[in-house]
Design a protein around this ligand. Structure first.
Ligand code: MN
Length: 325
């Protein structure tokens, strides 16, 4: 049986468990543009709370991407476009370093609401009444696994697949450095409990559209090397962005030997760039992202910038250069 990492204290787990057991009508939510960790974790928590006969709902600002429709409970996710106007005085925030990350879902939470914060970002602001937050776990889903085990709840096949999805997503298939021995043990236990690892990996990694694969081609076409080949940048124009999802493109810079940091500049709106940063091992890209008002993890982070492509690129490269070893 996998053990709880020493950095999660039993008293924090007890406090979170007490919170979940004492509520009967909980709002569960995660950050804007929710990903596999937030969606898998949200659905898993819905299932776990059902075992406590507790009513809860999973509300996200944005309609979740259809890639996750293999998860049990998929139809139960509510996005803000389909949600009745309501005010909640208790909520669980998953995978959010601060309250603002939930976006406009925040308008449905009273200002004095009791919040349970479950997260694994190093810059977590411990904004909840109860905070289950440490960066020694690879994902919010791994944290939920430890919480479920601590509470003696049943992780059945549907919940195992929801949690496994978040863990696989956040570790890049158990490859990123935030993958610990415990993450691997948790993954193994979830497979033992019925998580279909082949199906989940296939849906996460081999599920792109024709347009988004072509977009990877355009991003690679734009690639340039800087700082003696230690930084690779790519960019996509607003026009290119409209043709499909570009999320998969960012990692290709790290395919190149010697590249320490890669950045993908995506023009979300004309003159407005969303920048995704990835690093190999020495550079903490979350520190770079924070300079520009963004955040994330040491190996994967992001921020936004306005201006011309040249200006934004110049600014990013100057900041990256400061961090190069
Ligand atoms: Mn996460």
């Amino acid at each position: 049986m996998p053990v709880t990492p020493p950095d999660i204290s039993a008293s924090d787990l007890d406090a979170a468990a007490g919170f979940l057991r004492s509520q009967s009508d909980l709002l569960i939510t995660s950050h804007v543009n929710s990903d596999g960790d937030g969606i898998g974790g949200g659905l898993a928590l819905l299932g776990l709370l059902r075992q406590l006969d507790s009513r809860s709902q999973l509300l996200l600002q944005d309609e979740p991407p259809g890639d996750y429709d293999y998860l049990d409970g998929w139809d139960e996710i509510i996005d803000l476009g389909n949600a009745p106007a309501q005010q909640h005085d208790t909520a669980v925030l998953l995978d959010c370093p601060n309250f603002d990350r939930i976006g406009r879902v925040g308008d449905q939470i009273t200002t004095d609401a009791a919040l349970l914060n479950i997260d694994h970002h190093p810059d977590n602001e411990r904004f909840g009444a109860i905070n289950l937050s440490t960066d020694v776990v690879c994902s919010t889903c791994e944290m939920l696994y430890h919480l479920a085990m601590h509470m003696g709840l049943d992780i059945d096949r549907p919940i195992a697949e929801q949690l496994y999805t978040g863990i696989l997503f956040d570790t890049g298939g158990f490859r990123y450095s935030l993958t610990t021995p415990t993450s691997l043990e948790v993954g193994a236990d979830l497979v033992r409990r019925g998580a279909r690892l082949d199906l989940i990996a296939d849906r996460l990694y081999n599920n792109a559209t024709f347009d988004s694969v072509k977009m990877i081609g355009r991003a690679i076409d734009s690639m340039a090397l800087h700082h003696d080949g230690r930084v690779a940048t790519m960019s996509l124009t607003h026009e290119e962005m409209e043709r499909g999802d570009s999320e998969a493109s960012v990692n290709y810079g790290l395919w190149i030997k010697g590249v320490e940091v890669t950045a993908l500049l995506k023009e979300e709106r004309v003159g407005h760039y969303r920048i995704s940063l990835r690093s190999r091992e020495d550079v903490d890209v979350s520190a770079i992202a924070r300079i520009f008002g963004g955040g994330g993890h040491a190996r994967a982070a992001g921020c936004r910038q306005e201006g011309s492509l040249d200006d934004v690129l110049t600014r990013m490269l100057a900041a990256i250069e400061q961090m190069l070893p």
